[in-house]
Design a protein around this ligand. Sequence first.
Ligand code: NDP
Ligand code: A1CAB
Length: 275
Amino acid sequence: MQAHERIGFVGGGNMASAILGGLLRGGMDPAAVTVVEPHAPARAQLRATLGVQADALPVPALAGCAVVVWAVKPQQLQAAAQACAGRVAGALQLSIAAGIPCAAVARWTGAQRVVRAMPNTPALVGQGMTGLYADAAVGADDRARVARLLAPTGALLWVPREADLDAVTALSGSGPAYVFYLMEALVQAGAQMGLAPADALQLVGRTFAGAAAMALDSPEPLARLRERVTSPGGTTFAALEHLAQAGVAQQLGAAALRARQRAETLSRELVDSPT
Ligand SMILES: NC(=O)C1=CN([C@@H]2O[C@H](COP(=O)(O)OP(=O)(O)OC[C@H]3O[C@@H](n4cnc5c(N)ncnc54)[C@H](OP(=O)(O)O)[C@@H]3O)[C@@H](O)[C@H]2O)C=CC1
Ligand SMILES: O=C(O)[C@@H]1CCC=N1
């Protein structure tokens, strides 16, 4: 993005707010941002908390935007895009909708330059992970523009095949929910063992953050890092034995496959089937 360029978000819900939070923390001027969002209370909150312009009408709001971010639910994207088809066609389209291919976004918006992104909510604190894909119609300058735009939200990974984005969705797009799920269970266990919930949250949260930082920094495989915590016959051994008996690793893998399958189904239901 150039300093003078405007960016429009269509949909001002959870993920748009997280991305915007990250961008504004990174120094983006809120005056450069317009959000199109149908709900008046949500618009009021966007204005109050983020200081961005928020509008109910897509076409005037998006006029002149260099980049349009599609941040509505996958089921809402076709209608939202067709409501301003042709009017946003000159802009670079950045869709974050799970399962919806670039070709469908191009068809619905009338645009040629479409980048697909699969971000995650830690974008809000600049610790996000975003998978990106663009087809051959998108030039190096537009790829660089997207990379510059999203850099303040965290790490970026371009994937070589569009289908890889469904796997990205299953791992990092949905992933924060898996982490929160595990954290909730451990914080609850801490409370059952008599710890104050706030203390248990510190212990669990710092442990996830520390272990993740160590894993990303270390040249060693994850299994080796795990083994170093696991003294023979010790406490970790007892816990891991229980997890193995319960088949937790297999179930986590199956859960991720289920998420990828859902992304593929969304594509079939919303794009491939005749409407
Ligand atoms: N949440 C997440 O962690 C992630 C989400 N995504 C993707 O981001 C997209 C948005 O998800 P999320 O933020 O969770 O969803 P939300 O439902 O929180 O946000 C979408 C918002 O868009 C509004 N909306 C509906 N129709 C229109 C329209 N025509 N024009 C403008 N706004 C409209 C919705 O209103 P209403 O309430 O009436 O529906 C809602 O407020 C999805 O496609 C999802 O796949 C990607 C990665 C992670
Ligand atoms: O649950 C979903 O469908 C979206 C996509 C990834 C995270 N949230």
